[in-house]
Design a binder for this molecule. Sequence first.
Ligand code: HEM
Ligand SMILES: CC(C)=CCC/C(C)=C/CC/C(C)=C/COP(=O)(O)OP(=O)(O)O
Length: 464
Amino acid sequence: MSTESLGDGSRSLGVLAATAMGAYLLVIAGATTALTDATAACSTWPACNGGYPFTGAAVTIAWTHRLLAALVGVGVLASAVVGWRTGSTRIRTALGIPAVLYPVQIGIGAVVATTGAPPMVSALHLLIGTAIFGGLLLGLAWSLERRFPTRERDEPLTKSPPTEATPESATPRPTGGLRATLGAYYSLMKPRLMWLLCLVAAAAMTLAAGPNLPVVTIVATLLGGVLAIGASGTFNHVLERDVDQRMKRTADRPLATEIVPVSHALAFGALLGLASLGTFYVFVNALAALLGLTAIVFYSVIYTLVLKPNTVQNTVIGGAAGALPALIGWAAATGEIGLPALVLAGVIFCWTPAHFYNLALAYKDDYARGGFPMMPVVRGERLTRKHIVYYLGATLIAASLLAAVDTLGWLFAATSVVFGAIFLREVMALHREQTREAAMRSFHASNAYLGALLFAIIVDALVL
Ligand code: HEM
Ligand SMILES: CC(C)=CCC/C(C)=C/CC/C(C)=C/COP(=O)(O)OP(=O)(O)O
């Protein structure tokens, strides 16, 4: 992580970030089967089976874990010193706790290595590792907040009265034509969301069934999902057509410009919804159809009508709808809902605010103009940036839990660490730069993190 360009105090932030990600690497590696196997191959401590040479992959993994643990230990000490120097009680506490827990963790690590890892001791090792990571991340979030206060006005805005807006692109009202009409119906389905939501369902199916799933189930689940997103996206356009006219980002949408009549859009949405549920019911199973219906109703009605205009927690609660494809994928493969599916849904749930709050920052004025109580609008930019760090941390912890409840391996762990570090780097840049461009980079890093993680799940479960 580049610390040179961060300016005064940036080296300290770099130390905190690198130590937090190092601690995370230890946690997620500890949760994977690769390290469990390695522990069995290396039953003496602190050196593995008398020291050199590194005989075989398992012993190499065990050695790497121990050497990395020593390195992170130095980082934890350095972080405690950094925290102490700030003079802030909460930063001192957040960064002091990892320093106190670290020797305990080393002792438990020795027990895990030498006694064949009884489940309770291994679980405690992971739990304390997570607490160390959590302390470091909180210390980082609070240090970032202190180091980079919001440059512009940051008083909470009240729900501002909507005002007229000119479309950002000043799009002339389309005059029709088959191409334009088809394009309008296509955009009603919110196609840009589809790849990632489909990847969620695909990852869940793969986790549940590995390569042993009939092609028809895979195709029907993804098709049913695409149609469900299309239906709920269309209903969302219908319900928000007035407010879309007032927001620059959305003023050129097909219902805001009236290129598509409301009645046609409603019929299109209903058709997509029926096609989705029919596909799920006929080619997959009744549970998948029920979950698909829940997702459509949640996004179109509960999120759009109830949550989005009325509560600052709209994104957090709304994340439950985005997490449903994880349950749909698992249900498609097994006919039930399993623990790994719930944990994967938890990953998506935690990730959603870390994903959307970047856009909420980038389009804060637009959301205020539309009268939506988005986090930066009602609670300010500083708090929103800090919450992005919190939810990023929660996402990483949820991903390590997924490694613990399922048999995921090194590719999954490495992807979460590498793309998590890239995401964290962009979130730190957002704190520093506080521009729309930085918020958009952080938004794209959020999508890259989840996309890569889901892809790694699929490859891990199918190939490795
Ligand atoms: C409350 C939940 C969520 C909110 C409020 C939200 C909000 C948004 C918004 C406003 C956009 C821009 C859309 C556009 O310009 O058309 C967007 C883009 C996107 N969202 Fe979300 N989102 C949420 C959850 C999710 C979930 C659960 C996923 C997938 C797992 C997801 C994946 C995407 C993708 C792939 C894009 C497009 C990115 C691009 O165009 O580069 N979102 N989101
Ligand atoms: C299977 C299925 C139906 C899944 C649905 C999953 C789901 C709810 C995804 C979340 C997508 C979402 C809320 C996007 C845009 O927000 P917005 O509508 O607030 O964005 P806008 O400001 O662009 O209108």
